[in-house]
Design a binder for this molecule. Structure first.
Ligand code: FAD
Length: 360
């Protein structure tokens, strides 16, 4: 029996698995996910901060779904390495899984630059998943001030989510406005005002150069020299593709997995979809299809269909990916905003010399 393995079980991974199963009832499908949870609405994790929402309320599918669809979900398992020459992946617990086709749908994570001193403190957290939201909630009772570094979607969601908790919230961004490259100036300013009304302070044109604390975060220092005390530092910076497990393989990586029009990587039986895709159009230029849930779903479907055609030896029938996401819908808790058209977002992104952006 042919085996399709998917790394990641979020927007792109779930969509890929469903596309495979829709078109073939017998191929074996395994989904490996570092997270403990089945696929959920990542866009709504701020509700955990705001309303202490039970994560189960965010699940995309009922628990029975995976059994009924005959999809082997491996939650809480992190992929350590991919060995393309042996068609296998190795998990951190040393389990080896052999595939006929692999779909990489592992998304992006926030990272702290090596130039920032004291980065490994307890209390420095991303805001990408349910675990991050729960970790933040655990620290809230012992923190008066929360600093958020980066004013992209995750940073602004975190600020909104925490804004009713009687905390001082400070968003620090190197940009001149929030959600730059995502919202136009008028919408961004309106959102900034709404955040200020909720008690959120936004500090523009600044960066963090040092994090103080003896084990736990106690304060941060800005490039202006100002020091701000805080017990939690939420990162929405330097989003980088989760591709460590592909390092030193034949898979071409350049700010993400490089794919052809069939969403196939430089290795013929490895496909990729979603935020993990490359953000580089060329060696110099940041291309960009900004990350978006809907786009990840569309790409997952095409990668799933093409991986299936590959294992069925029907590569001549593979489907080309067309970017059909025109506007990105943004959901920031109770706010529904429409971001600008994909084309102008792409221009904005191309202006930036560094593909790692503050936004999503
Ligand atoms: C707070 C927040 C709000 C957002 N709001 C919006 C919005 O309003 N509108 C919008 O369009 N987009 C929004 N986004 C962006 C959107 O969620 C992403 O574009 C989308 O989730 C990308 O899907 P994906 O499947 O490519 O990757 P992800 O959703 O990032 O999923 C990748 C999965 O792969 C897993 N993984 C990574 N590495 C490994 C490994 N080594 N082994 C096993 N598993 C691994 C990860 O744990 C994760 O579960 C938001 C994102 C965040 C964080």
């Amino acid at each position: 029996m042919k085996h399709i393995v998917i790394i990641g079980n979020s927007a792109a991974g779930m969509s890929a698995a469903e596309a495979v199963r829709r078109n073939d009832k017998s191929v074996k499908i395994s989904m490996v996910s570092e997270e403990q949870y089945p696929a959920y609405m990542r866009l709504k994790i701020a509700e955990i901060l705001m309303n202490n929402l039970n994560p189960e309320k965010l699940f995309l599918k009922p628990n029975e779904f995976f059994k009924q669809a005959n999809i082997d979900l491996l939650p809480g398992e992190k992929v350590d390495r991919v060995i393309p020459k042996k068609n296998s992946i190795i998990l951190f617990d040393k389990t080896k899984i052999v595939y006929d086709a692999l779909i990489v749908a592992s998304g992006r994570s926030a990272n702290i630059s090596k130039d920032v001193k004291g980065a490994n403190k307890h209390g420095v957290l991303g805001f990408r998943n349910i675990r991050n939201a729960r970790d933040i909630m655990e620290l809230v009772p012992i923190s008066n001030t929360v600093c958020i570094w980066g004013a992209g979607i995750a940073g602004i969601n975190a600020a909104y989510g925490l804004s009713r908790k009687n905390l001082e919230i400070k968003v620090i961004t190197s940009k001149e406005r929030i959600l730059e490259g995502i919202l136009d100036e008028e919408k961004a300013r309106a959102l900034e005002n709404s955040l200020r009304e909720k008690g959120v302070e936004i500090i523009f044109n600044k960066s963090i150069v040092e994090i103080f604390g003896n084990g736990d975060v106690k304060a941060i220092k800005l490039d202006s020299g100002k020091v701000i005390g805080c017990g939690i530092l939420i990162l929405d910076k330097n989003l980088a593709p989760n591709t460590k497990f592909l390092e030193n393989t034949e898979v071409n990586i350049n700010f993400g997995v490089r794919v052809d029009e069939f969403l196939r990587s430089s290795v013929e039986n490895i496909f990729a979809a979603g935020d993990v895709l490359s953000r580089k159009a060329s060696q110099e230029e940041c291309f960009d299809l900004p990350n978006s849930w809907d786009r990840a779903v569309n790409q997952g479907r095409i990668a799933g269909e093409n991986a299936l055609k590959f294992v069925q030896s029907r590569t001549d029938q593979m489907t080309s990916y067309e970017d059909i996401v025109q506007n990105r819908e943004l959901r920031i808790l109770d706010l529904e905003l429409e971001a600008g058209p994909a084309a102008s977002l792409a221009e904005n992104a191309a202006d930036q010399s560094d593909c790692n952006q503050e936004d999503i």
